[in-house]
Design a protein around this ligand. Structure first.
Ligand code: ADP
Ligand code: MG
Length: 618
């Protein structure tokens, strides 16, 4: 195992290199670093803004615009302007539930198990690629400002992000040309920004209250010997400053005696009202009353009225705090600090209610609430760079550990730089009918194709009863102990058949070999992601062809001759596209086949077939 401090990934060449901290937010993103005065500093653009709206616009000519400029296009070209992409990161369409109508751009809905795809100008993007565009923008701003290449970063994610969402964030970073040293929880970063957790001897419990633009998160953390443990999280993924803005707009419509439906139907007028509401709301954090006459509207509201309007919204956040506290198993009196995060915590009523709820605890709100997460990420980066000798560094695993999935792809279970001991588990399924032998190949490395990684072990899960493809549930578990020994378990959950194997990943591996593997993964990031995406599209298409042909066989009697020949033609077109190695073409014909069969497939679809083929296949 390597100590994080002297990073074997970089050796001596990058001693001077700055590692940045990035807050990749739902509404806004920003990047920070430790400046020459050893202080965390959020980078600002030429207009003095540190915040970059997490919005990506695609022009008709293929140009990509990120940030404030992209925000303008939400009104004039919503279909090609992607916002809130963090809500889609690491998710499949079936994970999305019924929030699809929330998005103004096109989300493909036919592949319910694979990662969500967004269609823009006939091209297909994953949330990873869109997030990478935001990260690239932040990276280039940092490089422009610091006048040096920026290659390494710490990126923050919500405490509740699952394994897939964290992996997607790492992938986005790699695609943007960043070696992601660590994924850090947002509440942990915010606490670090206030210096909490920097003293090894402290032991305390803290609450982090994060009210942003569209989301609310409350986390209760226990802090011991510099280690943050998340005791509980709660929140509401649709609660935030946007709701305050809407409340003001509603109030103005009433006060100006306007017809609500008419106003809301006029997209640009209602968007204008919302932007005005946001602008004046921000002022209300500091003054007693605001008023403005514009476009024949009297836009006026007092702080008192505003508080009355938002009281029920803020109360909802307090209910979440109540639940988080109960889940943490702590008493109110055991919480010693509350950290305020997110632009909306500038609203005085929010501060007041949080303070009243956590009575007795110390409220931290001196730092800029929309910068604290990035500032804390910069501090974490500094710790990982080994610049803080007073801080204990933990053993980590220097390379990712995972297994091979269909198409020769690497599926990482334990990402590199994870503190050890650690464990992870994931479920897989089969791709062929009646498989009784399931092969598990264990690999180590950062590349997307297992062929480029290091094989650690291979074993057969034997005696699995014959089942149709997609039905077996194989749970693969990785356990890496403090001595660096990896125990891999595989168990078919329906039959109970299981198998265990032990390996020592670091055996026979030198530091320079590890370093080379890491460098190769960065150099080949774009190529690797492209390869992964074409393989995923091809596998998905092959699976669709397989399912559709089975469907035709079973239901031929109930379909018209035209439906049959039409479907066969679409299958052939899709099959032909498989040979092109062009992801967008494969996805296009995939979508075409799906669209063609949807009307009659829906009325005939065999439920067993529909339910088969769930999860990644090995
Ligand atoms: P996210 O974490 O979702 O990316 P932020 O933490 O950047 O979001 O918070 C954005 C929200 O903060 C917006 O709703 C914005 O209107 C609100 N906000 C920013 N400044 C103020 C202020 N001075 N008073 C009240 N709300 C504010
Ligand atoms: Mg945030």
């Amino acid at each position: 195992m390597a100590k994080v401090g002297i990073n074997i990934a970089t050796g001596s060449i990058q001693q001077e290199e700055i590692i940045v901290g990035i807050d990749l937010g739902t509404t806004n993103s920003l990047v920070a670093f430790i400046n020459s005065n050893q202080q965390p500093y959020a980078l600002n653009d030429m207009d003095g803004y540190t915040i970059v709206p997490s919005i990506v616009h695609f022009t008709a000519s293929g140009e990509v615009i990120v940030g404030n400029e992209a925000k303008q296009h939400l009104i004039d070209d919503p279909q090609h302007t992607v916002y809130s992409v963090k809500r889609l990161l690491g998710k499949s369409f079936s994970d999305l539930g019924n929030i699809q109508q929330y998005f103004g751009y096109k989300i493909l809905d036919e592949d319910s198990e694979g990662l969500i795809k967004i269609k823009i100008h006939d091209k297909y993007y994953t949330a990873i690629e869109i997030s990478a565009l935001i990260l690239k923008e932040l990276k280039s701003r940092a490089e422009h400002y610091l006048k040096t290449p920026v290659k390494r970063a710490v990126i923050t994610v919500p405490a509740y992000f699952n394994d897939a969402q964290r992996q997607a964030t790492r992938d986005a970073g790699r695609l943007a040309g960043l070696d992601v040293l660590r994924i850090v929880n947002e509440p942990t970063a915010a606490s670090l920004a206030y210096g909490l957790g920097l003293d090894k001897n402290e032991h305390q419990n803290i609450a982090v209250y994060d009210l942003g633009g569209g989301t609310f998160d409350i986390s209760i953390l226990s802090l011991q010997q510099g280690i943050f443990e998340v005791l509980s999280t709660n929140g509401d993924t649709f609660l935030g400053g946007d709701d305050f803005d809407k409340a003001i707009v509603n109030y103005w419509m009433e006060a100006n005696q306007k017809n609500r439906d008419e106003i809301l139907a006029d997209k640009s007028l209602s968007q204008w009202l919302r932007l005005k509401a946001e602008e004046l709301k921000k002022q209300l954090s500091y003054v007693e009353e605001v008023s403005l006459e514009e476009n024949g509207w009297n836009l006026c509201i007092s702080a008192e009225k505003f508080e009355e309007l938002i009281l029920p919204i803020v109360k909802r956040s307090m209910d979440c705090c109540e639940k988080a506290l109960a889940d943490s198993g702590l008493q109110l009196s055991e919480i010693s600090n509350i950290v305020m995060v997110g632009g909306s915590t500038r609203t005085p009523l929010v501060k007041k209610m949080v303070d009243e709820f956590f009575k007795g605890a110390l409220l931290f709100d001196a730092l800029n609430p929309d910068e604290v997460v990035a500032l804390g990420a910069a501090i974490e980066a500094d710790i990982l760079a080994g610049n803080r000798s007073d801080i204990l560094l933990l053993d980590v695993t220097p390379l990712s550990l995972g297994i091979e999935t269909l198409g020769g792809l690497m599926d990482t279970l334990i990402p590199r730089n994870s503190k050890i001991p650690t464990r992870a588990a994931r479920q897989y399924t089969t791709s062929i009918d009646g498989q009784s032998n399931i092969k598990i190949n264990v690999y180590q490395g950062e590349r997307d194709l297992v062929a480029e990684n290091r094989k650690l072990a291979t074993f057969d899960l034997k005696g699995v009863p014959a089942m149709p493809a997609g039905l077996p549930k194989v749970e693969v578990g990785f356990q890496l102990n403090a001595d660096g020994i990896l125990t891999v378990t595989a168990k078919e959950l329906r039959s109970g058949v299981s198998q265990v194997i032990e390996v020592k990943p670091q055996y026979g591996l030198t530091d320079s070999e590890v370093e080379k593997m890491l460098m190769d993964s960065l150099v080949n990031a774009q190529k690797d992601v492209d390869t992964r995406m074409i393989i995923e599209a091809q596998t998905e298409a092959q699976q669709l062809i397989y399912l559709t042909e089975r469907f035709l066989e079973k239901n031929s009697g109930m379909l018209s001759a035209e439906e049959i020949s039409g479907t066969k033609q679409k299958i052939e077109e899709l099959r032909a596209s498989l040979a092109t190695n062009d992801k967008n073409s494969v996805l296009k014909y995939n979508e075409a086949l799906n669209e063609y069969t949807a009307p009659f497939a829906e009325r005939l679809m065999d439920i067993a077939i529909a339910q088969a083929m769930k999860g990644k296949q090995i």
